[in-house]
Design a protein around this ligand. Sequence first.
Ligand code: NAD
Ligand code: TDX
Length: 355
Amino acid sequence: MKRLLVTGGCGFIGSNFVRLALQQLPDCRLVNLDKLTYAGNHENLKDIANDPRYRFVKGDITDGTLLEKLFAEEQIDTVIHFAAESHVDRSITGPAEFIQTNIVGTFTLLEAARKYWLADNKDSSQCRFLHVSTDEVYGSLGDTGYFTEETPYDPRSPYSSSKASSDHLVNAYFHTYGLPILMTNCSNNYGPYHFPEKLIPLILNNALNGKDLPVYGDGKNVRDWLYVVDHCEAILTVVLNGTIGETYNVGGNNEKQNIEIVTTICDLLDQKVGLLPDGEARRTLIRYVTDRPGHDRRYAIDASKIKKELGWSPAVTFEEGILKTVDWYLDNPEWISAVLDGSYQNYYEEMYGNR
Ligand code: NAD
Ligand code: TDX
């Protein structure tokens, strides 16, 4: 039986992962530690909230005392570390939280794992600390080439620099203390429960409501899109079968220019819900706006290591994934409106009271 501590399990990827882990690991115990920042929505997990194997703890990964208590109380043997400030634009306007959560928080979590797992007389052979990171640590590509696990780090934004810093700490804990770490660096995820500040859900929501569709710069920046459930499957694969100390790149093999993403969503919505009230196609809402400072031009992942060594490759094509995503947002208008009006933040109090 695995005893998992998932951090940031109320966020976009974390909530998809918690659901998948409870399905695929019938004997597990799963503790979800989440601060419930603006990006954390416990309603994302309302379907599993009463599962007896699941426990939610509202708390901060920078709180070492809480972490030490949780490791001991729950006899944690596996950490899946998602908790982070994750939005590049917010890291440009307010970097401090990124340093605190992404760097100091990861350090505090590593320390708690080290103290609990590497204490005298403890057998840590079954313990694993999986750090979920990003391809943004590798910097920006030109028109050709791919990021491999050997690509030198070259982060450009406060977000990617804070993730790179946390990655270095995780690797240092392996080399210095022998902490049994694993790392995944993955490309842009999309799918259900994606907070509508990120490109795909923002464009979906604005296009549905006839609002302007902001495209940064010339719209030709490229991202490699990965359906979120494929990413969660990759994480499970790595934590169960990966080699300790190793990094695995995870990608969707779906490179798209941003403008292609935006026009695809516009056309799908036109087909599914009809044209705008004035009879115009949704593409007419596209507005080219000032570029993001330091905007990385292209990301593309070489995911051959995880395929060759662990047998993982993405199962969902972009065409399937974007359809599933559009359908999920059309089927869950109350989720979007609760996120946009802030009422989702009351859900935790309603479920758990003030504890
Ligand atoms: P998200 O912003 O949707 O969720 C982050 C979660 O962490 C939220 O539930 C939030 O409440 C929680 N959190 C934030 N600060 C915390 C703290 N101090 N203590 C405890 N919980 C805290 O993020 P996401 O998109 O789900 O990303 C999850 C992880 O995956 C991040 O580490 C991110 O860097 C990485 N990643 C994301 C993508 C992507 O496309 N979304 C791609 C590559 C890597
Ligand atoms: O309104 C927008 N218009 C626009 O053109 C927004 C929000 C974004 N963009 C562009 C910027 C990027 O080139 O779309 C692309 C995707 O932007 P984001 O959704 O903000 O994602 P990105 O900056 O690529 O980072 C994401 O993928 C890697 C996640 O937010 C990170 O957490 C992850 O590490």
